[in-house]
Design a binder for this molecule. Structure first.
Ligand code: ATP
Length: 434
């Protein structure tokens, strides 16, 4: 019999095995004791029949503090009492690191621990398989995302995260001191990915951190998140971009459902894969839908968290988890979005998932004079965006793109209650450590 469930288990020529991990639990039942050892892949039982084990070994192994790290060498025995169908009878062990007592929080105790306590002791929280599963799924999601982008001819790029000017409004900029000059942490790669469109690199994407000095403490805002941004040239309309996002999300959802089965089972979740294309609502239609539910917004108002939630409920009744909200008023949108000429609207869209925005994007204004005009209209000084505008002055194709918050998407896929659940070490209004 061999233990070959993972690379951390070493089988020896003499027939013994060495298993390594954290002491999750110790049960002493008088004549027999059990040490439950945990690694990344699960648990294994070390069985110690008192009479058959060296007394000193028995004593040392069964009095270890929980969560200590050990390697155990022993014989493998078949067992119909354990999940793996086997157990280890120990011959020797090495104590690599003894855990202090008491633990800051339990790993297997079934008590509800406050999120703050969990985040303060995140290294401990992440020892729980169901918490680690979220990050394994996040990693799988990014693997699938890269696959989909490569298959569609996109090239991965990396743009600066310390920048001279922001693109998404001054109120959420983090200011840093750059050798005596003011600089900012990038809110998005917006300006750079558009500049790349003028180079001929006509399909690019970036997965990287975005920083927003969000002053509100909500379950969907953090100050540092991972943004998945794409930009593509030669589009005929914003529908080309929406179609591309649908392809990517569909690939991710199908892949998670298939390759993430184990982790989804641990979390007790299933992933719903809505059929593409996703329904498109216009902003104007949304105002009417909200009015029908007694929420009266004026033309030009932001739909707001509450409005998004109500639309989510209406769409969910029709079986639509994912849907577009397109053609927002141009006044609501940043300078780089193209206006829908002759109307107060713009060629923009949001992608909403179960009542929450996870992405926004649109067709960009690629005409130099118009773009400059829009900047002035939005109260920005074109002079301070010279480095960006120059790329439009000397030949820029029509283009458009999107930004998707990776954590917001994962949270909606898995129905998690808070965006912080999908971030290893979240940063927010009050949290800067760990
Ligand atoms: P919201 O109105 O919900 O604050 P936004 O309009 O500021 O979002 P965009 O600038 O359009 O967001 O950013 C694109 C995407 O990036 C959002 O749809 C979301 O998925 C993600 N995102 C933006 N801000 C945050 C944040 N503070 N925390 C987590 N994700 C965010």
């Amino acid at each position: 019999m061999s233990v070959s469930r993972d690379s951390r288990t070493v089988s020896r020529n003499d027939g013994t095995v060495e298993v390594r991990g954290w002491v999750q639990d110790i049960r002493n039942l008088g004549g027999i004791s059990f040490v439950i050892l945990r690694d990344r892949f699960g648990t294994i039982q070390i069985t110690l029949p008192k009479k058959k084990i060296d007394a000193e070994l028995f004593e040392k192994l069964t009095t270890l503090p929980r969560e200590s790290v050990i390697s155990v060498t022993g014989d493998v025995k078949a067992s119909d009492q354990t999940e793996l169908g086997l157990e280890i009878i120990p011959l020797s062990f090495i104590l690599h690191s003894s855990a202090a007592v008491p633990l800051p929080m339990g790993v297997i105790d079934k008590v509800n621990v406050e999120m703050d306590t969990r985040l303060n002791n995140r290294f401990m929280d992440l020892r729980k398989p169901e918490i680690r599963a979220i990050f394994e799924l996040k990693s799988l999601m990014l693997e699938l995302l890269n696959e989909a982008m490569t298959a569609n001819g996109f090239m991965q790029v990396f743009t600066p995260k310390v920048v001279a000017s922001g693109a998404e409004g001054g109120s959420t900029l983090f200011k840093v001191d750059y050798f005596g000059r003011p600089a900012y942490l990038a809110q998005s790669p917006q300006l750079y990915k558009q500049m790349l469109m003028s180079t001929g690199l006509d399909r690019i994407y970036e997965i990287g951190p975005a920083f927003r000095a969000e002053h509100s403490n909500t379950n969907r805002h953090v100050t540092e998140f991972i943004s998945f941004d794409g930009e593509m040239s030669w589009i005929s309309s914003q529908s080309d971009i929406m179609g591309m996002i649908e392809k990517v999300i569909d690939h991710i959802l199908r892949g998670l459902k298939d390759k993430g089965r184990g982790q989804l089972a641990l979390l007790g979740k299933d992933v719903n894969v809505p059929s593409v294309p996703y329904p498109v609502l216009t902003y104007a239609e949304c105002l009417n839908m909200l009015a029908s539910k007694g929420m009266n917004l004026k033309e030009g108002d932001d739909l707001g968290t509450e409005g998004e939630k109500i639309i989510g409920e209406i769409m969910s009744e029709k079986g639509n988890d994912l849907y577009w909200i397109a053609e927002y008023p141009e006044a609501e949108k940043p300078f780089y979005i193209m206006e829908k000429d002759g109307t107060p609207y713009s060629f923009s869209f949001d992608l909403d998932y179960k009542g929450q925005e996870i992405s926004s994007g649109g067709q960009r204004e690629h005409r130099y004079d118009k773009l400059r005009e829009r900047m002035i209209k939005k109260g920005l000084d074109p002079e301070s965006f010279d480095f960006y505008l120059d790329a439009f002055k000397y030949g820029m194709p029509p283009h458009g793109g999107w930004g998707i918050g990776i954590e917001r998407m994962l949270v909606k896929m898995l129905d998690l209650p808070n965006v912080r659940e999908a971030i290893l070490f979240p940063r927010d209004l009050s949290r800067l450590s760990p």
